[in-house]
Design a protein. Structure first.
Length: 226
């Protein structure tokens, strides 16, 4: 069995440290709540029961990821400007588009988040070919202790050369309502047939391909939770 992670940055480190002066700091991102869709691209309503962040435990089903809506860049397409992205956009009970969501929560200044992102960027083509959809949320920017700005997000997309969706969740204001995020990077695998959370792992993944493929193999050999 491969080890799951190397290192993580404790979440309590987020929001602390020496702040920069107003002249040096970009404008904090105004992460207002946005209204997205409650149906998937085929018009099927998103599951409305058993929302939470408890992962599967053996034969005990995991909870369903809530239908959060974020501002962000679908597939990192910055030229289109910020778009509203909902988890319902990835709900795919018939597996027409994908089979598994690989959800990553990152902090831009975190070296382990950067390292894992670079590794996943290299894997993204093979992931997509096999039905794995990577979705990343940024919770803090590149200056430790300073608020996340849109400039931080843009710089992250450009520097990391991300080909997947990068969404904004300042201080984990959405995911943090259901998940206990003690450290970053924070990773989760979601069965997109039912939006069930299959696995959660905190820290830089030693083998992100193995981690994701284990989830994909589970989906291939099990029926979706009702």
């Amino acid at each position: 069995m491969h080890p799951i992670w190397f290192f993580s940055i404790p979440l309590f480190a987020i929001g602390v440290g020496t702040a920069c002066s107003s002249e040096d700091s970009p404008t904090p991102f105004n992460d207002v709540d946005v209204v997205g869709t409650d149906r998937n691209p085929e018009g099927i309503p998103y599951p409305s029961d058993d929302w939470g962040a408890r992962p599967r435990d053996g034969n005990k089903p995991g909870q369903r990821l809530p239908n959060f809506s974020f501002q962000g860049y679908p597939d990192s397409r910055k030229d289109d400007g910020l778009q509203v992205v909902s988890m319902a956009d990835y709900f795919d009970p018939s597996q027409q588009h994908h089979k598994l969501m690989f959800l990553m929560v990152v902090v831009a200044w975190c070296p382990h988040c950067q390292a894992e992102t670079r590794a996943v960027v290299k894997l993204n083509d093979s992931f997509r070919a096999n039905g794995i959809r990577v979705v990343q949320t940024i919770v803090e920017g590149k200056r430790r202790g300073s608020p996340l700005s849109l400039a931080d997000v843009d710089d992250w997309v450009d520097t990391m050369n991300t080909p997947f969706s990068v969404l904004i969740d300042v201080n984990a204001k959405r995911l943090g309502t259901v998940a206990t995020i003690r450290g970053v990077p924070w990773n989760a695998l979601i069965d997109t047939r039912s939006m069930e959370i299959l696995s959660i792992a905190e820290g830089e993944l030693a083998y992100p391909a193995s981690y994701a493929n284990d989830g994909l193999n589970w989906v291939a050999t099990h029926e979706p939770r009702p």
